[in-house]
Write a protein that binds this ligand. Structure first.
Ligand code: AMP
Length: 225
């Protein structure tokens, strides 16, 4: 029987593991995050999914961020930092978590370091060309319920949870280019930030889902070794 107090991370048993998935929009972080979450039995936390849910529920947060998201801009650091601080303090994060879409600026990375007494354990950086990203985002549908993504025409319902699929407004080409520009300016500097801390595993983010999952596993094992 599996010990419910530890997390078995590719051959090494630990009390917890905190993983960040870093890369441009459409680099496959969400898809790999869902796979990792099932394997490691720790939550995958997507700030984009959390914000879209807040918009759908028309909560106070949702009303603040709806327009910003649709335009492909970044929501203010202090707002998203307080959202993530509250989320990772919940009991389901006791054995760690996988962050998808946070941090997205150096300020957010520094805030996370302050909140976590012993820092994050591994940062997986998905290296994907801008051309591949634009093609993927413009050609994908997203599940309204669980956030899984599928190529357009592949299926009309989510094969993970049965939810409806739709094209995100911020996946339209003009908005994608803005998101990519913001990524290069504000998020990419986090690659050096975590490399300097010896937490970074850079992987080739192009190829099949299975091949990339294998690279993610090897990257995690390498950084934790
Ligand atoms: P994503 O699903 O990760 O592509 O996020 C969708 C949108 O949510 C982004 O384009 C931003 O508007 C917003 N967002 C998500 N995470 C963050 C973050 N860490 N910082 C600022 N804005 C964010």
């Amino acid at each position: 029987m599996k010990d419910s107090c530890v997390v078995d991370v590719y051959g090494g048993v630990r009390a917890s593991v905190k993983i960040i998935l870093l890369g441009p929009p459409g680099s496959g972080k969400g898809t790999q995050g869902i796979i990792l979450s099932k394997e490691l039995e720790i939550p995958e936390i997507s700030t984009g999914d959390m914000l879209r849910q807040a918009v759908a529920e028309k909560s106070a947060l949702g009303q603040q961020v709806g327009e910003i998201i649709n335009q492909g801009c970044l929501v203010p650091d202090d707002l998203i930092i307080s959202v993530i601080e509250e989320r990772i303090s919940r009991v389901d994060c006791g054995k760690g978590f996988i962050l998808d879409g946070f941090p997205r600026t150096i300020e957010q990375g520094e805030a996370l370091e302050k909140v976590l007494p012993d820092s994050v354990d591994v940062v997986i950086y998905f290296n994907v060309s801008s051309e591949a990203v634009v093609a993927r985002l413009a050609g994908r549908l997203t599940c309204r319920k669980c956030g899984a993504v599928f190529p357009i025409m592949d299926t009309s319902l989510c094969t993970v949870c049965g939810g409806d699929l739709y094209q995100r407004e911020d996946d339209m080409t003009s908005t994608v280019l803005r998101r990519l520009k913001l990524y290069r300016e504000h998020t990419e500097p986090l690659v050096a930030f975590y490399r300097d801390k010896n937490k970074l595993a850079e992987i080739d983010g192009e190829g099949s889902v299975e091949d990339i999952a294998q690279r993610v596993e090897e990257g995690i094992a390498q950084v934790l070794a």
